[in-house]
Write a protein that binds this ligand. Structure first.
Ligand SMILES: Nc1nc2c(ncn2[C@@H]2O[C@H](COP(=O)(O)OP(=O)(O)O)[C@@H](O)[C@H]2O)c(=O)[nH]1
Ligand SMILES: *[C@@H]1O[C@H](CO)[C@@H](O)[C@H](O)[C@H]1NC(C)=O
Ligand SMILES: *[C@@H]1O[C@H](CO)[C@@H](O)[C@H](O)[C@H]1NC(C)=O
Ligand SMILES: [Mg+2]
Length: 390
């Protein structure tokens, strides 16, 4: 039976629409769960990096699954091999609750990523109770082994005391604090070895008293994995140079001794305005980090941390995990492996990142003032970041 022209056209059009629908459903499911025609619109409006269908990476083993109660009911989500991690004191409970409420609200109640809390002291029942009630995701509370936290015996205490006094005279924040130094050293060289974290590859660092200002319509962990990123930040800014007087020289010595570790096409231009001669004080603000712990666990970073640690300057000076992580990422990785998450509105007072593009800000239903974003303010290093990709 020969079909008349309008009928043929009708079936052709129907065929095309169905083909597009199934193609998009299949290729975009991990991101947007676009399984119905009504959600096609959201597929078209996805941010730029989601437009290209990303093929599944055969190197990624099957992912653990558990049930999450998300908005609109219970769903089984596919997750990356990832966890949140928060270092905190029992006395931080109020700020910790606020941070977890914020990330659950803007992202995790839909995804159910687990949480790991770390502390050098035993957790109080009060802390565990106040946190556990906030999420359906697994939550674990770990204790930090003594030697990964406290000042090692081989540190010359006289010299350390002298260093703290000198810094106090300069009016530097946390100048006289030993516990702050413990924290910086632990975050630089140890957290990723903790037994509660070794089962994961990716982490998202969260601190007490931070805020997430935009709803995430995508999974940053899956993005990192699919796009083969290693380290991600939201805020880049200048370091207070007096805390790290000898860090750059030490890093340069390391590069001289291990030139094979320096990555071709790295982000040195972010750290230095004269090809690595001087450090320009730019670093990623590490209170937010999404990164691959296998990088910190690897040969290069292990050698780097040991080289830094044996100078004792986490205690004699006050080396921070932010410059240490930033330098490692910028020197030992090709620059494309570092990612700036513009969509993630984030605030750790006194600094905030808020997407300044209206479309990104609207899509994320952001609760932040675009006019107050840190990105191109006086202490920002966003311009140095942008520069290396020009
Ligand atoms: N368990 C524990 N956590 C700490 C200690 N000092 C700092 N932290 C945590 O380390 C992170 C950074 O400390 P914070 O005081 O926020 O430093 P800042 O952001 O540089 O001002 C936060 O997650 C704190 O909760 C400490 O002595 N013990
Ligand atoms: C989630 O997975 C469990 C176990 O595989 C299954 O019993 C349940 O029906 C699934 N729920 C949904 C909403 O797909
Ligand atoms: C998750 O990552 C860790 C570290 O790379 C690895 O040891 C572990 O086997 C991974 N687990 C799964 C389920 O892929
Ligand atoms: Mg903080």
């Amino acid at each position: 039976m020969a079909l008349n022209r309008p009928t043929r056209f009708f079936f052709l059009a129907l065929g095309i629409i169905l083909a597009i629908h199934f193609l998009l459903s299949a290729t975009h499911e991990p991101y947007n769960k676009a399984t119905s025609l009504s959600s096609l619109a959201s597929v078209w409006k996805k941010p730029k990096y989601q437009d290209a269908a990303v093929p599944a990476n055969p190197d990624i083993p099957p992912l653990p699954k558990w049930t999450v109660s998300g908005v609109g009911g219970v769903a089984n989500a596919t997750r990356a091999n990832a966890t949140f991690v928060m270092l905190a004191r029992n006395s931080d409970v109020h700020g910790a609750v606020q941070s977890i409420r914020s990330i659950e609200d803007r992202f995790n109640r839909e995804y159910g990523y687990p949480y790991v809390f770390l502390n050098e002291e035993p957790w109080t029942d009060e802390f565990k109770k106040r946190i556990s009630v906030l999420t359906n995701a697994p939550v674990e509370f770990g204790i930090i082994p003594h030697d990964w936290w406290f000042q090692p015996d081989w540190i010359d205490e006289e010299r350390a005391t002298e260093g703290r006094k000198k810094m106090e005279e300069q009016g530097i924040i946390y100048a006289g604090s030993v516990s702050y130094r413990n924290m910086c050293r632990f975050n630089s060289g140890f957290f990723f070895k903790h037994e509660l974290l070794t089962k994961y590859r990716w982490y998202w660092r969260i601190e007490p008293d931070v805020m997430f200002h935009c709803t995430l319509n995508f999974d940053p962990f899956v993005y990192m994995e699919e796009q083969k990123k290693t380290y991600a930040f939201t805020i880049a800014l200048y370091e207070w140079s007096a805390t790290i007087p000898s860090l750059w020289d030490t890093v340069k010595n390391f590069m001289k001794e291990f030139p094979q570790y320096v990555a071709p096409g790295n982000a040195m231009g972010f750290l230095s305005d004269n090809d690595g001669q001087d450090f320009n004080m730019c670093h990623f603000w590490s209170n937010f980090e999404i990164a691959d712990m296998d990088f910190w666990r690897g040969e290069v970073y292990s050698a780097f941390f040991d080289f830094l640690d044996k100078t004792g300057n986490f205690y004699y000076e006050r080396w921070g995990d932010a410059p240490v992580h930033s330098m490692a990422a910028a020197i030992f990785l090709p620059k494309e492996k570092i990612h700036f998450f513009n969509e993630i509105g984030y605030e750790h007072p006194p600094n905030m990142h808020c997407p300044k593009e209206d479309d990104v800000w609207r899509k994320g239903m952001c609760g932040c003032d675009q006019g107050n974003t840190h990105d191109y303010g006086p202490y920002s290093c966003q311009a140095q970041w942008d520069r290396i990709f020009r």
